[in-house]
Design a protein around this ligand. Sequence first.
Ligand SMILES: [Zn+2]
Length: 595
Amino acid sequence: MSQIKQVKDASDIIQIIGERVPLTKAGASFKAPCPFHSEKTPSFFVSEVLQHYKCFGCGETGDVFTFLQKYEGMSFIESLRYLADRIGITLESFRPSPEDELRDRLLGILDLTKSYYHYLLTEHEAGEVARAYLKKRGINHESVKVFQIGYSLSNWDGLISYLHDKKKYSLSDLEKAGLVIRGQGGRYYDRFRGRLMFPLTNHRGQVVGFSGRVLDPTIKEAKYINSPETLLYHKSELLFGFSNLYQEIKKADEVIVTEGELDCISSTQAHVDNVVAIKGSALTRDQVQLLRRAVSRILLSLDMDDAGIEATKRAIQIIKEFDLELRVVQIKSGKDPDELAQKEPAQWREAVKASISVYEFFLQHALAKFNAGEPEGKRKIIDFLAPIFGHITHEVERDYYVKKLAKALEVTDEVVKKDILTFKDKGKLSLAGTNAAKKTQTAAVQKTHQQKIEEYLLFLLFRSQPGQVLQLGKELASHRWSIVGANQLIKFLLATTGVFNLTDFAKSLPSDLQQLVSDLYLHPEYTPLAETLKLEREWKKALLELNEAAATQEVGQITSELEKLDQKRNKTDEEELKQAELLQRIVLLKRKIQT
Ligand SMILES: [Zn+2]
């Protein structure tokens, strides 16, 4: 047996997924809101029998390996190693793919770089300038340790001489890790020089890149430089602090989103530990996907300049898809979180406690920005708020803000309500992310009647008692299937000997048929009903319907053949005979349909 198969067989997909997603039992399967797309009603099903998962909203499907790759961002080899470790299997003769090998190497390089920078900051004499800076900024030893802060030498090849000259890593790998730049003459030099270094980790705590802050304010360079996009570093997915502070964030069930590393670090020093930094003001869907694994509430603490206001509006849209609560932390003094947490830690804690709903925030913002005393100002306020309030799904909540706004503008509730509805109707609120659902719907519409009955029958077949499956399968032997792969699947089924077992049967199939069995077994419409269906009665009914649908289809074919024959003036004897046969067949079929 191959080691992949050995590891897969010994792993339990229900346990692996259940540790990450709240699964609830749904008959013989488990279900949950899909971790891969945004939805409120669960369409993500996991089958214990088939060791397979499938989402009917977005179509994600696969086994325990693909789940870990997709959910944890692991490579195949990482998922294999992870599972093998858990069950205590030693992987021996396994050859990773070249890409997996590269990922492994880059992770190793980045981790070593982190330790190297950290050493320079904490122990080397060259790090004195950075240590002095940290002291001035009030960053303590504990934070340096928790966030593994470091320092990069100011010369052009500090890292190169360590990693390439000494540790023998290739310059090309260092470039792929985003650590060195190839100059015009082909010479490589360090990307980060003379900077305070913040390791950027993915949600599993692996270093995937760096952010470097300049120490000498007179240097004419960007204040911060970051790793470029690489195989491992994707800016839109990165949440500084998330892996370091995950336990605190999860415990609090809410997270404060700040803009920069120092905001995040200073906040922890002020004993507010449920905090991350997004590096800029735009909270992305990928970041929200990660955050929602830990919290139900997101508190934005961004610079509320124009960019921050726009980012907050976009955040409303994203967060609504995920059914999370969005609040805003206001700092009245105009300081950033870093400064406030450093100078007035108690005030920072107060500001967090006093966070307000994002809708309240925009109401206050609009009333401060425009003059509610003038008709022109009233119109601007409504124009600004209507699309925002239109996103409030809960009616009681929306009504609350409608009343508040109407009072502030001295108009009736109806006027405000009407304006919000107008915006809704214009489709200005149409959200991205519903495409997947639409696609599945159209796919369902395009299925023929016969295909639907076929799906139902095969669903019933695989949900039957193991002792009955082969017997029932025989009743399907003569049917010509319109579902792709079903003819072959039934052939495999009828060739099975001994006691039928769905898990073993599925494993014995080629992978496309395995997928078909999984799709049928976890059918979106029927799976939720599986427990209440009277299988035997449903089977008889569906089988009759299938025969009828097949007969109807045949009648259609014969009719068109007959029409062709009718158009011929001089028929051969053979054709005459054929015509008679077809007519007889049609009579038989019609009788069959009627009974
Ligand atoms: Zn999905």
